[in-house]
Design a protein around this ligand. Structure first.
Ligand code: ACO
Length: 377
């Protein structure tokens, strides 16, 4: 029997600082009324000066590993879906791997805009189903506040920062990822883009002067695209999983805009009480939005063993995708005991020491002229 990838751990991290619509109305020409009525957003979280995409991803990952009761050394793969990586390279996933002390894990970043987490979940589930890997960490993490033009009211009111993570492990006949669908339409890439800073248009004083290192978006076109693809992806994944939409207990759409969600669920004939929405608190956190919402839905007891959850995302690329989950973990889970939290804390301190030791060893090797493979120069 083909293994099914089950979600066995989940975690999230949201920065403390809250930026309300009222705060924004002092920064650009906008109002609480405009933002709420056009998007449903009331507030968003903004990363502190020392917080980054990796640091938030690490916090969410640690929680997810604790819930799964899985040691980082047992991880086979770490995928970080993000549109705001720490650097063009190295991958943010490698920084997470080092900080967790996941010594046996491969790690890569995945760029699929706001659909990134869905893409990551789909890839990870297939790797588990194929028997390639057993323990995979999929993270969606974003620091969008660093790529938003805070003088552009068309975009700055929409986005927020945060991270969410899940642990996937194989299960047999007791729930998991039943099906996934992915899609892309690169002809609409320019509708939501950061024009400069890549190899086509490297960052320069001229690109900075023109604000080309910020998010540029054609809001109306993205809106039209989103309302079309959510319904299509939801129907496709339901059909691929052999599940009727009526039998789905919870829909978890990408949290971009309440009007987009309402339009899609109207098209699908889904009642509002079967849809999880938290965008009023966090705004659009791109690849982090679905794992944060999944995590909160579980914490609030909205998913019980045997339930079906349909996750659906869309974003820059243009990309879209959906995953049908058969939930298998009883919730709420008991809190992690204090002794185990202490053990985790000690494990992560050891991971920092391990990282330091490897860096020092690398320096000493270079100094002695001894490459790590043992052959002398
Ligand atoms: N406050 C006040 N007025 C504003 C603001 C603001 N924050 N932003 C735009 N306006 C103005 C515009 O300038 C325009 O004025 P004008 O008529 O004088 O030119 C007017 O409001 C109407 O603008 P529209 O663009 O027509 O407003 P619309 O109702 O379409 O809402 C919005 C704009 C919210 C951006 C909508 O188009 C939308 O949600 N699009 C999808 C955006 C999205 O979800 N992007 C991300 C998805 S993918 C991802 O997550 C990466």
């Amino acid at each position: 029997m083909r293994a099914c990838a089950r979600v066995t751990g989940w975690g999230k991290y949201l920065p403390e600082r809250i930026l309300t619509n009222e705060d924004l109305s002092h920064m650009v020409e906008t109002s609480d009324e405009w933002i709420r009525s056009r998007t449903g957003i009331a507030a968003r979280r903004i990363a502190g000066a020392h917080e980054t995409t990796a640091s938030m991803a690490i916090r969410a990952a640690r929680q997810a590993l604790a819930v799964a009761g899985l040691a980082p050394q047992k991880l086979d793969l770490i995928i970080v879906a993000t549109a705001t990586p720490e650097h063009l390279f190295p991958a943010t996933a490698c920084l997470v791997q080092d900080a967790l002390g996941a010594a046996h894990a491969g790690a890569f970043d995945l760029s699929a805009g706001c659909a990134g987490f869905i893409y990551g979940l789909s890839v990870a589930a297939e790797m588990i189903a194929a028997g390639t890997y057993r323990n995979i960490l999929v993270i969606g993490a974003e620091t969008l506040s660093r790529i938003v033009n805070w003088r552009d009211r068309n975009t700055c009111v929409l986005f927020g920062d945060g991270a969410g993570a899940v642990v996937l492990q194989p299960g047999q006949g007791d729930g998991g990822v039943l099906a996934s669908v992915l899609g892309a339409d690169g002809s609409g890439g320019h509708l939501l883009a950061i024009p400069a800073g890549g190899s086509k248009l490297p960052a320069s004083p001229a690109t900075i002067e023109k604000g080309q290192h910020y998010i540029h978006m054609d809001g109306r076109e993205v809106y039209r695209f989103a309302t079309r693809v959510i319904a299509r992806a939801a129907r496709d994944v339901a059909s691929a999983a052999g599940i009727k939409l009526d039998d789905v207990e919870l829909f978890i759409p990408h949290q971009a805009n309440m009007r987009i969600i309402e339009s899609a669920i109207k098209d699908l004939g889904i009642a509002r009480d079967r849809v999880y929405v938290n965008l009023q608190r966090y705004g659009n956190t791109s690849a982090a939005s679905i794992p944060i919402a999944l995590c909160e839905a579980v914490e609030e007891g909205r998913l019980q063993p045997g339930d079906h959850a349909l996750l659906v995302g869309f974003g820059a690329g243009l990309t879209w995708g959906a995953v049908m989950l058969h939930w298998g973990v009883p919730t709420p889970i008991p809190p992690v005991p204090r002794w185990r939290r202490l053990l985790h804390w000690a494990g992560y301190r050891l991971a920092s020491l391990r990282s330091l030791a490897i860096r020092v060893a690398r320096k000493v090797d270079a100094w002695l002229g001894q490459p790590l493979n043992g052959k002398s120069k």
